[in-house]
Design a protein around this ligand. Structure first.
Ligand code: KIV
Length: 271
C-alpha cells in the first residue's frame, strides 16, 4: 500500500475564502530558489516575485530598469523553490502600459516560461483594458494601488499617497474598477490606514497592505527589508524580524580571520 501525502496548495479561491473568514493573508517577496524554499517551507500564503528585484537584487535606484527577461529568470528560480504557496509575478515597467495586446503578450510569457500562478501590475483606470484582456485569457491578476513605484517620476517622492480627497476618491473608484475587471486581489501601498480600511470593506476581493495599516486582508513586505539584509531602508511601516546583515557580516569576518590565521581548513576539514 502506498501512502500518498498531498500538500494543500494555496489558490485564488483559498485567498478569497480567507478574506471571507477573516483569516489574514501573509505575503512576502522572494527572487531566488533558496529563499523561496525557506519562505514557502515556513508556511507563507503568497510569494510575490516583485519588481523590487530591481532594487534589492540588481542595486538599481528604482524598479524601472528591470526587464521582462530578468523577471522571468527570478520567477523561474522562485517556482523551483516552492511547493505550497501561491506565486505572483510582477509585470515590469514598460511591458503592459502601451496597450492591452502588449500586456497580454507579457503576461502570457510570464505564465508560460516561469510556471508562476498569476501576475501583478500597477494602476487603476489607466490599465483596466489590459487587466480585462489578461483576465479574459484565464490569467489571474493582482492589482496594485496607492504608491505605485513604477510611477515614481510622476510622484516625485515615495511618501504616503491618497492623503488628499481627490486622490483618495480616485483610489475608491479604481479599486471598484479592478474588482469589476476581475482582479482576484489588490495591493494597497503606503496609503492612510483609515482609507485602506474603508476600501477593504468596500470590495469582496482581498486587499494586501504595505504601509496601509492593520485592516487590510493581508500584509506584504519586501524580504530583504524584513530580514534586515538591507539595513538602509527603514520606513515607519517596516518591522524588521532579523538582522541578517549583521549575522552575515560577523560570519564573513570570522571566516576571513580563520583563513588569515591558517586555522581554516583544519585536519577534519581536509581530505
Ligand atoms: O515589487 C514589490 O516588491 C512590490 C511590493 C512592495 C508590494 O510590489
Amino acid at each position: 500500500m502506498s501512502v500518498h501525502t498531498e500538500t494543500k496548495k494555496v489558490t485564488t479561491h483559498t485567498l478569497q475564502r480567507m478574506k471571507a473568514n477573516g483569516e489574514k493573508i501573509s505575503m512576502l517577496t522572494a527572487y531566488d530558489f533558496s529563499f523561496a524554499k525557506i519562505i514557502d517551507g515556513a508556511g507563507i500564503d503568497v510569494i510575490l516575485v516583485g519588481d523590487s528585484a530591481s532594487n534589492v537584487m540588481a542595486g538599481h535606484e528604482t524598479t524601472l530598469p528591470i526587464t521582462l527577461e530578468q523577471m522571468i529568470y527570478h520567477a523561474q528560480s522562485v517556482i523551483r523553490g516552492t511547493n505550497r504557496c501561491f506565486v505572483v509575478v510582477d509585470l515590469p515597467f514598460g511591458t503592459y502600459q502601451s496597450n492591452s495586446e502588449v500586456a497580454l503578450a507579457s503576461a502570457i510569457r510570464i505564465m508560460k516560461e516561469t510556471g508562476g500562478h498569476s501576475i501583478k501590475l500597477e494602476g487603476g483606470e489607466e490599465v483596466i483594458d489590459s487587466i480585462k484582456k489578461i483576465v479574459g485569457a484565464g490569467i489571474p491578476v493582482m492589482g496594485h494601488l496607492g504608491l505605485t513605484p513604477q510611477s515614481i517620476y510622476k510622484f516625485g517622492t515615495y511618501s504616503v499617497r491618497a492623503k488628499e480627497e481627490a486622490e483618495a476618491d480616485k483610489l475608491r473608484r479604481d479599486i471598484k474598477l479592478l474588482e469589476e475587471a476581475g482582479c482576484f486581489a489588490v495591493v494597497l501601498e503606503k496609503i492612510p490606514a483609515i482609507l485602506a480600511k474603508e476600501v477593504t470593506q468596500s470590495v469582496q476581493i482581498p486587499t494586501i497592505g504595505i504601509g496601509a495599516g492593520g485592516d487590510c486582508d493581508g500584509q506584504v513586505l519586501v524580504m530583504h527589508d524584513m530580514l534586515g539584509i538591507n539595513t538602509e531602508f527603514k520606513p515607519r511601516f517596516l518591522r524588521q524580524y532579523a538582522n541578517i546583515h549583521q549575522l552575515a557580516t560577523d560570519a564573513v569576518s570570522a571566516y576571513i580571520k580563520d583563513v588569515k590565521e591558517k586555522s581554516f581548513p583544519n585536519e577534519q576539514e581536509s581530505y
